[in-house]
Design a protein around this ligand. Structure first.
Ligand code: NAD
Length: 377
């Protein structure tokens, strides 16, 4: 099992330890109970999950927890339930179970469950311990790490929330084997992003192993074994990169912004297509291609590197072309993105594979040109 530490300063109030481990294993779900028992972290546990994940993995997790009092609450599946009404139901369940400061939450599921359960943990009794057990690729390499918790508001996604770090992130990459292909791909956009922003060797590893990075690899026993070993490395390396960035900039004051590579244009595309035509990873993949092309026009990135980014996204089945969206409308949508700081639009652009810089004031002409080269009209 790989162990990655997210190094954080102790809490200023009371000096409480806030650093935590990310554990990445294969078929390890039933081992979590023993780890929690050894840590003597809690007297009882509320598992927050959704019906699909509970059905697939609830029993496996619970069988390891047989020495700790636990109960489970299911939240309906989907982003539209990531709201205050659902959070309120979680508070009801916690109160009904007489949860107290020594109670703990386990978030078992994708990013929606992680954000919701983390938010409930952050706010119930002013904060109780929680463990993230992410079961989608996106949640394993991104959402579960870094302590961003929250819910949506009808006016805006993730409008209500707080930074509240988990006590542990426990990842079993075997859970990836039941993910629909599209969910796997959406997480892969974030994985490719880590290679581009921080680690050229990791990017090379992804290029060399791209044939494992699809759901077909899970179908036969021999390819499954090989694929899971590769996934263990990929999830651990991605977690290491995210952990390093979070440790240096926990509350997104500066450096953590590099995690937004591809997301500025990606969010504009998601907004413009009303979160319907593209899911998050698909929009981010197009955003990364456009950002790489912007970097090329600014003479920051060479042509070969742009092509390597396009090729890798292509190989893992992600779109690299925007399919005829209006470049003018994308630029317009960029104006309302939250990365506009004091009227300036900030872009994260690569200088080479493994290194990005933040640029302000990129001329609209260059953004438009890059969008036209990325399949916009
Ligand atoms: N906190 C953060 O830093 C952060 C970062 C990125 C995204 N997010 C949030 O994450 C959410 C998206 O997360 P997501 O992409 O994981 O989607 P999701 O949580 O909606 O999960 C997608 C679907 O996959 C199913 N599922 C989960 N695990 C499965 C498995 N192993 N096998 C089969 N089905 C499974 C779920 O039931 C769900 O229907 C968004 O709300 C987004 O805002 C948060």
């Amino acid at each position: 099992m790989a162990r990655i530490k997210v190094e954080l300063p102790a809490s200023p109030a009371g000096g409480k330890e806030r650093s935590y481990d990310i554990l990445v294993g294969i078929d390890s779900l039933a081992d979590l109970g023993e780890i929690i028992e050894k840590l003597s972290w809690c007297q009882d546990i509320l598992i927050i999950t959704d019906p699909q994940v509970n059905n697939l993995y609830g029993d496996k997790l619970r069988c390891g927890l047989k020495n700790i009092k636990n109960s489970t609450i299911e939240v309906p599946r989907g982003e539209r339930y990531k709201n205050l009404q659902t959070a309120s139901k979680l508070y009801d369940a916690l109160a009904k179970n007489s949860a107290h400061r020594d109670s703990m939450i386990i978030a078992l599921g994708g990013g929606v469950i992680g954000d919701l359960a983390g938010f409930a943990a952050a706010t119930y009794m002013r904060g109780i311990r929680y463990v993230q057990v992410p079961t989608t690729l996106l949640a394993q390499v991104d959402a579960a790490i870094g302590g961003k918790t929250g819910v949506n508001h009808p006016k805006c996604k993730n409008l209500i929330g707080s930074f509240y770090q988990p006590g542990l992130v426990f990842i079993d990459v075997k859970t990836l084997t039941t993910l629909p292909a599209r969910e796997l791909r959406t997480g892969l956009a974030e994985v490719v992003k880590y290679g581009v922003i921080e680690d050229a060797d990791f990017f090379k590893f992804l290029e060399a192993n791209s044939h494992h990075l699809n759901t077909k690899a899970f179908e036969a026993p021999d390819t499954l074994r090989a694929a899971l070993k590769v996934w263990e490395i990929i999830v651990a390396e991605s977690a290491k990169i995210k952990a390093k960035i979070v440790a240096r900039d926990e509350t997104e004051q500066g450096l953590r912004m590099i995690l937004n590579f591809g997301h500025t244009i990606g969010h504009a595309i998601e907004t413009l297509t009303k979160y319907y035509a593209y899911n998050h990873g698909e929009a981010v993949a197009i955003g990364m291609v456009a950002a790489a092309k912007i970097a090329r026009h600014l003479d920051l990135l060479d042509k070969e590197s742009v092509q390597r980014i396009v090729n890798l996204l292509d190989k893992v089945g992600l779109a690299t072309q925007a399919g005829g969206l209006s470049a003018r409308k994308v630029v317009q949508a960029l104006g309302i993105d939250k990365k506009v700081i004091k009227g300036k639009l900030r872009f994260v652009v690569p200088e080479k594979i493994g290194k990005v810089v933040i640029k302000d004031n990129i001329p609209t002409r260059i953004i438009t040109q890059a969008l036209l080269e990325t399949g916009c009209k």
